[in-house]
Design a protein around this ligand. Structure first.
Ligand SMILES: CC(=O)N[C@@H]([C@@H](O)[C@H](O)[C@H](O)CO)[C@@H](O)CC(=O)C(=O)O
Length: 355
């Protein structure tokens, strides 16, 4: 794929970027390669080829439940088509925080992973399955299963009840999980606000490729941009992906060089945030800022109403028209009129940036 090395001046700062040939699926400085063909495997510790990298917007998927609170797998097929056609989002992160993964049984997580891989085959670019559990044995079981159903990668969050006391302990945990699916790219999912595990991620990365040949990068859902920058410095020469997970901070992370983003809002404003990526790629910082500021307005407004996963899930149902159903206990649904207020705010804010 022909790349043109381009130089764009962004408010006096010269940003050298690879302008990917427009025929590429994601003509974005983020991807520097089209989404890879699904189903390829890790072949060893060599540098990750560009085409293998996880890039662009990745939707952290919600888990559809019936009104009785049971899995509603029948929705997944429509969900895949909705993401592709309405949001221009081509990859998913399944059973994560947004998916209430830690509130599901192992069996339910396996059923979801299998259904997303089945429905996404030939349609989605990447199906990443989150396999992290409090128990290393459970995580290994989910990793083995993810490999057996054709997932493209696995991600692992740190255990959060008994927490790793240092970077080495976390590396050992990740190594044990990765050993159950040595052919699958493995990503460490850093989410300190929920796990309480605040280990410096750059320290977790030190020498990890020697212990985990399948390690391929990070999903960084934290706000420590110094640590993020240090991680990018470590990952970039190895060809690994650094995916950012705080949607309302994404533009700052893009400036540091993240390869892509995983988040809940890309389920319903993915089309909008893709426009932010394109503006950033073209060096139109003021337009990119417009998109980011608008998402921040919406998140700030939502937070004032008590925004949590339950409200986010109801918001997804209203925005997409897909029946996401109730949250699982201990989360409780919110009054619908409160969620409607966010829909109204979204509609007002998300259409005001220049076309
Ligand atoms: C704590 C949390 O749920 N963070 C979200 C964000 O997308 C978050 O919903 C968004 O930034 C709005 O605050 C993601 O990082 C979670 C995620 O990627 C996942 O569901 O695995």
């Amino acid at each position: 794929m022909p790349f043109k090395k381009g130089h764009v001046t962004v408010s006096g700062l010269t940003v050298s970027c690879i302008v990917v040939d427009k025929t590429c699926k994601w003509s974005s400085v983020l991807s520097s390669a089209a989404g890879r063909v699904r189903g390829s495997r890790v072949t060893g510790a060599e540098m990750c080829p560009e085409s293998e990298k996880l890039t662009g917007l990745i939707a952290a998927t919600f888990t559809p439940l019936t009104p009785q609170g049971e899995l509603n797998l029948a929705v997944i097929g429509q969900y895949v088509d909705y993401l592709l056609e309405k949001q221009s989002v081509r990859s998913v992160f399944v059973n994560g925080t947004t998916g209430e993964g830690c509130s599901l049984t192992l069996q339910e997580r396996k059923q979801l992973a299998e259904e997303w891989c089945r429905q996404g085959k030939g349609k989605l670019d990447q199906v990443i399955v989150h396999v992290g559990c409090l128990s290393v044995k459970d995580s290994q079981e989910l990793a083995r299963h993810a490999a057996s159903v054709g997932a493209d990668a696995i991600a692992v969050i740190s255990p959060s009840f008994f927490k790793p006391s240092n970077a080495e302990a976390l590396q050992m945990f990740l190594k044990e999980v990765g050993s159950a699916a040595p052919q699958l790219p493995l990503y460490y999912y850093h989410l300190p606000s929920m796990t309480g595990v605040k280990l410096n991620v750059r320290e977790v990365l030190e020498g990890i490729e020697k212990k985990i040949p399948s390690f391929r990068g990070l999903k960084f859902s934290g706000v420590d941009l110094r640590d993020l920058g240090q991680c990018i410095t470590y990952c970039r020469p190895r060809g690994w992906s650094v995916l950012y997970g705080v949607d309302e901070h994404l533009l700052g992370a893009l400036a540091l060089g993240v390869n892509g983003a995983v988040g809940s809002t890309y389920n319903y404003v993915g089309y909008f945030m893709n426009r932010m990526l394109s503006a950033f790629e073209k060096g139109d910082l003021s337009l990119a800022q417009c998109f980011q500021f608008k998402l921040q307005d919406v998140i700030t407004f939502s937070n004032s109403l008590g925004f949590d996963l339950a409200m986010n899930k109801q918001l997804m149902s209203l925005c997409s028209g897909l029946p996401m159903g109730p949250p699982r206990l201990p989360l409780l649904p919110w009054p619908s009129d409160r969620v409607q207020e966010i829909v109204k705010k979204l509609q007002q804010d998300m259409e005001v940036c220049p076309k």
